[in-house]
Write a protein that binds this ligand. Structure first.
Ligand SMILES: CC(C)(COP(=O)(O)OP(=O)(O)OC[C@H]1O[C@@H](n2cnc3c(N)ncnc32)[C@H](O)[C@@H]1OP(=O)(O)O)[C@@H](O)C(=O)NCCC(=O)NCCS
Length: 149
């Protein structure tokens, strides 16, 4: 599936508010969703994910070191789930990281999120850790990583 990514301007209050609202609607599992203020502080590169003219979701990354990035907040809007879009977004953000010179990508995923864990394992990620009570008490996560060749 051909996906193209267009960066959000997180310094624009309207775009930051749109992002915060989208996470509240489509990403309700996290206890710590980013607020408008947090989004506007910067540090995370967020992208609109399009197929043609239609935005299907959101994805992003955080630069951790010059060669390591953490991919974050890959989110498919409800109407487009179950059609392979999550897999394509995961691939697209990995390619974006590679384009920026990143050599390793990692991500953390709630242990209950079998769909996303399954996507990452199929794309060559390995489980590098299990973090109990990680994001908050009761929110256990796996970290998965992939060295880019
Ligand atoms: C997770 C999410 C991105 C998946 O998006 P999606 O477009 O529905 O996923 P896809 O259609 O690309 O693929 C899902 C894959 O996971 C598999 N899957 C789905 N539910 C599953 C489950 N409960 N257990 C195991 N695998 C599952 C599917 O079988 C499919 O693999 P297949 O094509 O080999 O059959 C989407 O549900 C979402 O946005 N959730 C909310 C935000 C979120 O949790 N993001 C991830 C944060 S790390």
């Amino acid at each position: 599936m051909k996906i193209h990514l267009v960066p959000y301007n997180t310094q624009d209050p309207e775009e930051a508010a749109e992002l915060a609202a989208a996470f509240a609607k489509y990403y309700p599992t996290s206890p710590w969703l980013p607020s408008v203020e947090k989004i506007m502080q910067g540090g995370t590169h967020y992208f609109r994910a399009f197929r043609g003219e239609t935005q299907l979701g959101i994805t992003g990354y955080i630069i951790k070191t010059p060669t390591l990035a953490e991919t974050v907040k890959t989110t498919v809007f409800h109407d487009y789930r179950g059609q392979g879009v999550g897999q394509s977004l995961s691939q697209a953000i990995e390619e974006e990281c590679r384009r920026c010179g990143i050599r390793k990508v990692m991500t953390t995923i709630f242990s209950s999120n079998h769909a996303m864990i399954s996507i990452k394992l199929k794309q060559g990620y390995t489980i590098e850790g299990y973090h109990r009570d990680h994001e908050a008490p009761g929110f256990h996560e796996y970290s998965l990583g992939k060295i880019l060749s």
